[in-house]
Design a protein around this ligand. Structure first.
Ligand code: ADP
Length: 218
């Protein structure tokens, strides 16, 4: 379903976010106080407007009340980030996502009512750290602080073995939810299905259990 977003702050994060939302078929009003950045994004965004979003009148003029979701992508200027978030919540924007530079910034944003805080640098650092620490990890989704859904390259030690032979669930408490072989996705693998080198496995489980499994099959 097509949604309308307002992205405030067109630095690297806001610009990349705008581009992705547009690619996914949504409408984006992109705003920055810097006229040059507004010009730059005008060919991509649905609408691009120059405005200082710490000014309530300017926000009202942008039609902020028509948006159900605004993203505050201002990072360096702490005061502007806080004030803009506060105004958006005072003007009853239902969903406000704000980018935080660090934990203190994030905690302030959440105290003034931001509905969702993102920490792109912290999270990207953690993600890269996890990927570099493992030989086989391709990607992961953090389901909770303790549980992950991971995508790993099938380790050579699993080559030719069936799920039954591997007995992953009993041995590690993790579940292989899908096996990807080339373009084929086996989304509910059976006990007799075999794993081969080059396959990609989707595994759900507790982080410690997944780590344990990975190190046993290194
Ligand atoms: P990144 O790290 O993603 O590049 P920055 O913090 O450098 O993000 O960029 C934030 C953007 O937010 C800048 O382009 C800046 O002009 C814009 N910005 C800062 N204050 C305001 C404001 N009050 N109203 C609108 N845009 C703002």
């Amino acid at each position: 379903m097509k949604k309308q977003f307002m992205v405030i702050g067109l630095g690297r994060f806001g610009t990349s976010l705008t581009r992705t939302l547009i690619q996914n078929g949504h409408e984006v009003l992109a705003v920055d106080k810097d006229e040059f950045l507004v010009q730059e994004i005008s060919s991509i965004a649905t609408h691009a407007i120059q405005a200082d979003c710490t000014d309530e009148a300017a926000l009202l003029e942008l039609g902020v009340r028509n948006f159900t979701h605004a993203i505050v992508a201002i990072g360096d200027d702490l005061q502007a980030s806080i004030l803009t978030t506060l105004l958006l919540k005072e003007l009853n924007v239902p969903q406000v996502t704000a980018k935080a530079k660090n934990e203190k910034h994030g905690s302030l944003l959440s105290k003034i009512g931001a509905d969702h805080i993102v920490y792109p640098e912290r999270d990207m650092g953690a993600r890269l750290g996890n990927q570099l620490s493992s030989d086989n990890l391709i990607d992961y989704i953090e389901l909770s602080p303790d549980y992950n859904l991971v995508e790993i390259m099938a380790p050579p030690a699993m080559n030719g073995l069936s799920l039954n032979q591997l007995n992953i669930r009993a041995a590690y408490g993790c579940t292989i939810m899908a096996i990807k072989t080339g373009d084929q996705m086996n989304i509910s693998p059976k006990a007799e299905d075999e794993i081969y080198t080059g396959d990609i496995l989707l595994i759900i489980g507790n982080n410690d259990d997944i780590r344990h499994l990975e190190s046993d099959y290194e």
